[in-house]
Structures are given as C-alpha cells and as structure tokens.
Design a protein around this ligand. Structure first.
Ligand SMILES: [Zn+2]
Ligand SMILES: [Zn+2]
Length: 268
C-alpha cells in the first residue's frame, strides 16, 4: 500500500463476505480434523471390536443384539404382562404409583449391556458411556414425539465417599451427553446424597424404603419455578426405590413432575 493511502474500511457487504469466508474455513478445518481422526482412530465396535457402523463405535449387528425392554409399563419401565393390551401401566403401578410419572430405560440390564455399563462405571471406559448415551438419546427422541422433554436434567448424585472411591459420577457424564444432544440444561449441584445406602437388590419392600429414606438433600431453601418438569438421569435402575425417593424430594421442592431416564433396567 502506497504511503499516505489509508486502508479501505470494510462496509457491511465486505463484512458479510468476510464472515462467510471464515465460517467456510472453519467448516473445512473441522471436516479435515474429522477425516484425520477417522483415519488415525477408525470407529471400532465396543462389543465385538470389529469396524463400527458409519462414524459410531458400534456395529449394526451388535446394535441389533442389545436387548430392549419391549412394551414397558409407562410408569416403572418393566415389561407389561403378556396379553395386557388395554393399559399402559402395570397392576403394581396402578395400585402403588411411584413418585415419578414415567421411567424410561431402553435396555435390559443383561450382557452385553451390563458388562458395557460395568466397565464404563468401574474401569472408566468412557467410550461405552458415550455410545450407550448416543443410543439412549435416539430412543428418547422417539419416546417424546407427542410430549415435551423435561426442562432440567438431574444426575443421580453419588455419596461423597463413593465419589472419592470411584473418581467420577457415571450419571453426570450420561446427563452431560444427553443435555448437549437434547439441548436441556443439567444441574449437578442441586441435590446431595446425604446417606450412604446399600444395594437395594435382595431387600424387601420395607427394608428398601428404610434404606433410601432421607437419602437426599436439596439445596437449602431451593424452590423450582412453577410448572417445572425434571428428569433424573442414572445408569441403571434396579428396584426403582432410590429414584422414587429422589423424585419425592424434587416434588416437595415444587417440581411439577419427575421423569426417570436410565440406560438400562433390571428385569426379574
Ligand atoms: Zn459389533
Ligand atoms: Zn409399572
């Protein structure tokens, strides 16, 4: 540029063109990075270790082999008894409704899902959590076609002693993935686990209720805005008593309704 000549100012058309160019550049860089990642780390199925389907770490055969819960009760997520085509809830939920309105868990907690969840939870194999959350997100989209998504996700809290021992809360990671995918905020610090409970499996109804009674504490003085519906997010639901106890606390704090979202559920 000649001396004394001023640099031409960008008018709005120039600015727009500039912006489009930089966005195009970002897209090209992103596509290149994805291609390099694909070449360096090609998608591998987390179940059979063969090549994944498209860009996912799961192959089509293994995706089909993950056992889903067919015709679940809308309230507790357990399969409805055969021949029950008139009701969407099971007899137990009609007689003793849980504190949550609906429980959604796509998979039965049996192999390979149970081993995928176990190595995610205990050996921190995060890819398993990510792939199962991707599948779960697709399932949730179908489940809420005629219904609004809850407006807040609350990961099932771990007791601080268990969190120290495990190093991370598996439910936080699932909630973070679903929150990002479904565009729902996640609240990780609203509820604390104030009591170290034991495994619910093997306890009778009264022991289960005693075990989880007063297990949660909501931030002092917190109230939900009117009409707030929330979803508790967890990896596995066994009896549903823990989720029901947390749902009770959330309803007490003013939530309109509580849903429970878990990757898998034990079916007796
Ligand atoms: Zn596979
Ligand atoms: Zn039920």
């Amino acid at each position: 540029m000649a001396e004394g000549q001023s640099r031409p100012k960008l008018n709005s058309t120039n600015k727009d063109a500039h912006l489009i160019m930089s966005t195009r550049f970002q897209v090209i860089v992103y596509q290149w990075l994805k291609a390099i990642q694909y070449w360096l780390l090609p998608p591998t199925c987390i179940v059979c270790m063969k090549a994944g389907n498209q860009a996912r770490d799961l192959c089509l055969d293994c995706e089909m082999s993950l056992l889903r819960i067919e015709r679940p009760c809308k309230a507790c997520g357990l399969p409805l008894p055969p021949g029950n085509y008139l009701s969407t809830s099971c007899g137990t939920c009609l007689a003793f409704p849980p504190h949550f309105r609906r429980l959604i868990a796509p998979y039965r907690y049996i192999p390979p899902v149970s081993s995928l969840v176990a190595s995610y939870k205990y050996n921190r194999k995060l890819v398993n959590g990510r792939v199962l959350s991707q599948q779960f997100s697709k399932h949730l989209h179908m489940q809420y076609q005629a219904d609004n998504f809850p407006v807040l996700l609350i990961p099932m809290p771990l007791h601080p002693a268990r969190l120290r021992q495990r190093g991370f809360n598996q439910a936080n990671e699932i909630a973070r993935y679903l929150g990002r995918d479904l565009d729902i905020p996640v609240s990780r610090n609203l509820v604390k686990r104030s009591k170290k409970t034991v495994q619910q499996t093997g306890l009778n109804a009264r022991e289960r209720a005693r075990n989880v009674n007063a297990a949660f504490e909501i931030k002092h003085g917190f109230r939900f805005a009117p009409e707030t519906s929330v979803a508790i997010v967890d990896d596995v639901v066994t009896t549903g008593s823990t989720a029901s106890e947390l749902a009770k606390c959330l309803l007490k704090a003013g939530a309109r309704e509580v849903h429970v979202w878990a990757l898998a559920r034990t079916v007796a």
